[in-house]
Design a protein around this ligand. Structure first.
Ligand code: BES
Ligand code: ZN
Length: 625
């Protein structure tokens, strides 16, 4: 070969690479940057993989068995794991009993489990069980399921609840592969964020494997009377039998979403992408558990108008599950990117007008949040780069990380052009696959993409470290919402029956946008509105959420009528999705109806997952009885 450089030259080249700010070796987060939400010691002892062996006991509402941690060879003398409310029965290292201790309990972080390692140890086995009330787990009696015949269990580990059912390094910066063996009551199907069965086994024994390394917050488990239906080559849906048909219809575009995202951002590396439809008490809209998104049934409306949630959870297969926020302070890297990718998927599948409508919702949400945080003296919470030490990371979930994050990335796209931005993102996901990312590391990569002029135009530092919404935030531009505005005008100013016929084709988003604009001016027309559109008792939970809020705030006398108040109570008892129930309790509290809120909550609370009841407890000053 000719022209090979002399040795000193390549040495110089490597040294130069190491010094470059955008260099991959540097921008990967240093392992020792501590996670304020974990006791674990990955800088001393590294875990490679996990094997779980658990019995699922519905009567006792416990999981019990063992967790085997396989360690990366080293000579550390201690392994520290996160636990929360676990009963640790004993610990073995390569078959020999090991001394261990549990630290003092912290209400937010739980207890550190310290295992002494006298000699190099390959496998640490922890015999343990969860207790009743373990926060990640929701045990539903048969009566709370669609079928009403069998109990149901599901987990929600994000943000720091994996430690409530698995002793683990519960930090998003620590990844491991896992296998599991579960023993569940016969007749029920068990699923995890792993390779999953499609058939129920008569003996109730299931094995799982997740071959790709994942952080603890993506550990997930569900057990119930479930069935599977394929939607395409790599996609499918699991649901209770009574729900399955509707889910299959709603999610018909999933396979196409998957291939579209691949064509934008590179291969899907997780094998299959399936969705599990949960009971309505699931506290979130969706949770991106790898290979198996968990989703609320409230997105199944019959008209496919809420499938952007599936696009969102699918997008996490790149942003979040592949390139993962290193700590919860970097949460906007997970969610801001994911909203951006979600919008791109929606645009590719349903056109730019549809995507512009979703984008306008994100814009309205972030404006409202910035306004309310600023008014409430919490302006520092409007920064993308968060400071969650000492706080529950779940409290950082909201329009700042999601929608301010999204608009920042959208502005970059608009400044440098789609072609360059897309190429950057594709490389970013590829080069950082299975790694974690700090805000600073991302910024240094961005620095290598942007010219000084670009950076000045965008105002990168202000977007990431500043408060509020920068003035150069891309403005919303939705023709479909503009049409809703004129319909509302028409309705308010003229013959109500003269509404344009287009409303028959309105999607959930248009209805929500319409109702959100109603105020006290419209309160006299409440009954008429309701008669015309049948909002009270609507099967569409998005519409129900904004309708009942309006009724509570602006049409209280209507809201106190039997039909409406019963429908609202039924809604708040059946649905446990935090995003829907919190605004209703808030509206009641803010309109001097805290007693009514507490009365409703007393009924509803047993149906909620701990993530939801925690939030409502705090809002209503609820003490467990
Ligand atoms: N990963 C989140 C849910 C989450 C975040 C759970 C933080 C616990 C802590 C999920 O991807 C998500 O963002 N879900 C949204 C839906 C989405 C379309 C905005 C939700 O549940 O509302
Ligand atoms: Zn998300």
């Amino acid at each position: 070969m000719t022209g090979s450089p002399p040795k000193w030259d390549s040495f110089f080249f490597v040294a130069l690479l190491l010094l470059m700010p955008g260099c991959q070796w540097f921008s990967n987060p240093p392992m020792h940057k501590p996670d304020p939400h974990s006791y674990s010691n990955p800088h001393e002892t590294r875990v490679d993989s996990l094997h779980l062996s658990l019995k699922v006991d519905f009567d006792a509402q416990t999981l019990s068995g063992s967790a085997d941690w396989f360690l990366v060879a080293g000579h550390a003398s201690v392994l520290i794991l996160d636990t929360y409310g676990l009963d640790i029965h004993s610990v073995e290292g390569d078959g020999q009993a090991l001394p261990f201790s549990l630290g003092t309990h912290d209400a937010l972080l739980g207890q550190a489990l310290e295992v002494s390692l006298h000699q190099p140890t390959e496998r640490v086995r922890i015999h343990y069980s969860t207790r009743k009330g373990a926060r990640a787990l929701q045990w539903l009696p048969a009566s709370q399921t669609e079928g009403g015949q069998h109990p149901y269990l599901f987990t929600q580990s994000q943000s720091i609840l994996a430690r409530t059912w698995i002793p683990c390094m519960d930090s998003p910066g620590q990844r491991f592969r896992y296998t599991a063996e579960l023993d569940v009551p016969p007749g029920l199907l068990a699923l995890m964020s792993a390779e999953n069965p499609t058939e129920t086994r008569a003996d109730g024994r299931y094995s799982f494997r997740m071959n790709e390394p994942v952080p603890a917050y993506l550990m997930a488990l569900a057990v119930g009377k479930l069935e599977f239906r394929s939607l395409g080559e790599r996609t499918g849906v699991y649901a209770e039998p009574a729900m399955l048909e509707r889910a299959v219809h709603e999610f018909a575009d999933m396979e196409q979403m998957l291939s579209t995202t691949e064509s934008l951002y590179g291969p899907y590396v997780w094998g299959r992408y399936d969705v599990l439809v949960l009971p309505p008490s699931f506290p979130f809209g969706g949770m991106e558990n790898p290979r198996l998104t968990f989703a609320t049934p409230t997105i199944i409306t019959g008209d496919r108008s809420l499938v952007s949630l599936i696009a969102h959870e699918l997008a996490h297969s790149w942003s979040g599950n592949l390139v993962t926020n290193a700590t919860w302070d970097d949460f906007w890297l997970n969610e801001g990117f994911t909203v951006y990718v979600e919008m791109r998927i929606m645009e590719a599948l349903y056109g730019s007008e549809y995507a512009a409508m979703l984008s306008a919702i994100a814009h309205a949400d972030v404006l409202e949040e910035v306004k309310s945080l600023t008014l409430g003296g919490q302006e520092q919470k409007t920064r993308l780069a968060a400071h969650m030490r000492g706080e529950d990371p779940d409290d950082g979930v909201g329009p700042i990380a999601y929608d301010k994050g999204y608009h920042f990335l959208l502005l970059i796209e608009q400044t440098i052009g789609r072609a360059r931005w897309d190429a950057f993102l594709k490389t970013y996901f590829h080069e950082n696959a299975f790694k974690s990312m700090h805000t600073e590391a991302f910024l240094s990569r961005l620095d290598s993409l942007l010219s000084t002029e670009d950076e000045r135009i965008i105002g990168v530092q202000e977007w990431v470290y500043g408060t509020g919404l920068p003035v150069n935030c891309p403005p919303p531009l939705s023709t479909r919402f503009a049409a809703v505005d004129s319909s509302l005008d028409l309705w308010r100013n003229g013959d109500p029956l003269a509404l344009p016929s287009e409303i028959d084709a309105w999607s959930t988003h248009e209805w929500v946008y319409f109702i959100r604009q109603l105020d006290e001016r419209d309160s006299l027309a409440a009954a008429e509105l309701d008669r015309r559109f049948r909002f009270t008792g609507t099967p569409n939970a998005e519409i129900g959420c904004v309708w009942y809020q309006w009724v509570i705030r602006f049409a209280p006398s209507y809201g106190n009528q039997r039909l409406c108040s019963e429908a609202m109570a039924a809604y708040m008892t059946r649905i446990g999705r935090r995003k829907f129930i919190m605004p209703l309790y808030k509206a009641l509290k803010e309109t001097g109806q805290i007693d009514r809120a507490r009365e409703l909550y007393k009924q509803a609370r047993p149906n909620y997952h701990s993530v939801a009841s925690h939030s409502v407890d705090a809002l209503l000053g609820w003490k467990e009885e």
